[in-house]
Design a protein around this ligand. Structure first.
Ligand code: ADP
Length: 490
């Protein structure tokens, strides 16, 4: 039987992106769409999206919070795919200078609760009324706090359409002043500790956790970690309960192999595969070094990193290891791309001024450079303190750039660490930190440097990395099974 799935998300790669959620939101619907599954995306119409998706007008939405302006539903397509994208067109709320969730000064938009309550109310409307383009979902798949209130609105309307809530990062919870309950059309009876209340705030994330049928996180290890206080950000008790009820799942993300594939990537200098790996990596490395104005030193270890610059990502650890190694004049170079917190930006800038031959730092967001760093670096640093899934380590594996990761979340589920005596070289695909300490990271960089000088062993590690398969097919199969189980029992 054909099923209709509404996939609700605040960001989709190639349309609007701040992180990995966008990559997943583009790739998973593409992978799931089939003769049996009509999966359609719902997201806000940020500036320019009407054109990018070639969207057409569907209907006005006069019922939805008229006090916030006029809203319309548009319908377009995800570029280079058959996936339908519905856009919530509300220019007053979504078309503005700045990033998706923040103003240009880095502060959150003060009306984020209204913006994403509106998105959630619209997604609930698809289940509640017949006149949403005739598309009635058999199941709604929500992603992160921005969509969480959907589940509360459905509960309030006693609508039993099954809902799956995906958590991509538990640290972002969308907790707001409880006085907003009324304005957002939420009944006070839902404001209890078994409902929307979280430390006397209204929590959008908790709405998703409490009122959805099933909860999924983006890797098996993260789904265990978040039931513990160190990773649960206060939600661990509730998540443990869901785990015990068998309603908390961990499905590892895949990667979009049409976008991230060294054999066909049009953004890199030279394409390569298992056969021309050595010459291909060398050509990309030279191109990258020239572009970043780093001297080309083929025997040095070139460490790449692409990241939001935040505490979560362990940037401070890489900075202290980098400083130590540069001071020692070790044969190592760094190619760093990222934007984010001011103090981390400043430290990278200072280090790149102190050691211009060893470190290049590009402060910003640059899709092309991201691909070139993956292709041109020897190893990739990603020692996140926690990592729900992480995509860059999987891109690195695909580009034969062994990742150096902390043993947490999706990093633990996707990288096999090389032992310090290299004894598991037959299966290793990168390195895993045993302790989250500068010394441990410095040691790994030195081990990598030593391995690189042994070209046969190095090639073995690169080949192991490149052989890993993170296609969306496997994840899509697990998602399909989860959808089926809910639609059958609905
Ligand atoms: P997160 O979602 O926590 O930021 P992920 O590893 O899951 O981390 O996904 C990050 C995505 O964003 C990757 O596709 C990565 O290449 C991209 N990315 C992050 N920072 C930058 C940047 N400064 N420039 C280009 N791409 C970036």
């Amino acid at each position: 039987m054909k099923k209709n799935i509404l996939f609700v998300t605040p960001e989709v790669a190639s349309l609007a992106k701040t992180g990995g959620l966008a990559d997943v939101s583009a790739a998973l619907p593409k992978a799931l769409r089939s003769k049996q599954t009509d999966i359609r995306i719902l997201m806000p119409a940020y500036s320019g999206l009407e054109e990018k998706t070639q969207a057409q007008y569907v209907t006005d939405l006069p019922e939805l919070f008229p006090q916030w302006g006029a809203h319309r539903l548009l319908k377009g397509r995800l570029p280079e795919s058959e996936v339908v994208v519905y856009l919530l067109d509300s220019p007053a709320l979504f078309q503005r200078e700045g990033s998706l969730y923040q103003q240009t000064n880095g502060e959150d938009w003060p009306d984020n609760p209204q913006r994403f309550a509106l998105l959630s109310a619209l997604s609930a409307s698809f289940a509640e009324t017949e006149n949403m383009d005739g598309f009635k979902p058999d199941l709604i798949h929500l992603n992160d706090w921005q969509t969480g209130l959907t589940a509360a609105y459905l509960r309030q309307a006693e609508n039993e359409t099954p809902v799956v809530f995906s958590i991509h990062n538990l640290a972002y919870q969308g907790n707001f002043d409880k006085q907003l309950m009324h304005e957002l059309g939420l009944d006070w009876s839902l404001f209890t500790h078994l409902g929307l209340e979280f430390h006397d705030m209204l929590s959008f994330l908790k709405a998703g956790i409490i009122y959805s049928n099933e909860i999924a996180t983006v890797s098996p290890t993260y789904s265990d970690e978040i039931t513990r206080p160190e990773f649960g950000f206060g939600m661990e008790g509730l998540l443990m309960e869901r785990k015990e009820q068998g309603r908390l799942h961990g499905i590892l993300n895949g990667i979009d192999q049409t976008e991230w594939n060294p054999r066909s990537d049009i953004l890199i200098d030279s394409n390569y595969n298992g056969r021309n790996l050595v010459s291909g990596k060398k050509a990309n490395r030279q191109h990258l070094c020239k572009k970043l104005r780093l001297p080309v030193k083929n025997k040095h270890l070139l460490v790449g990193m692409i990241s939001r610059l935040t505490w979560q990502k362990g940037i401070d650890l890489v900075q202290s290891a980098c400083e130590r190694l540069c001071e020692m004049d070790a044969p190592i170079q760094f190619a760093i791309l990222g934007s984010g917190e001011a103090d981390l930006v400043e430290t990278w800038q200072q280090l790149s001024q102190r050691f211009p031959d060893k470190l290049a730092f590009f402060n910003g967001y640059d899709e092309v450079l991201a691909h070139q760093i993956e292709a041109g670096s020897d190893v990739f640093a990603m020692p996140s303190r926690y990592e729900p899934c992480g995509l860059n380590q999987m891109y690195s594996l695909a580009y034969a750039t062994p990742p150096i990761v902390n043993l947490t979340g999706g990093l633990a589920d996707s990288v096999i660490g090389l032992e310090s005596d290299n004894s598991n070289l037959d299966e290793a695909t990168g390195w895993t930190l045993k302790q989250f300490e500068t010394d441990a990271l410095v040691q790994i960089f030195q081990q990598a440097l030593a391995l690189k000088s042994d070209s046969k062993s190095w090639l073995k590690l690169l080949r192991n990395a490149m052989r890993q398969n993170f296609s969306w097919k496997l994840s899509a199969k697990q998602w399909s099974a989860l959808y089926e189980s809910l639609i059958k029992t609905a």
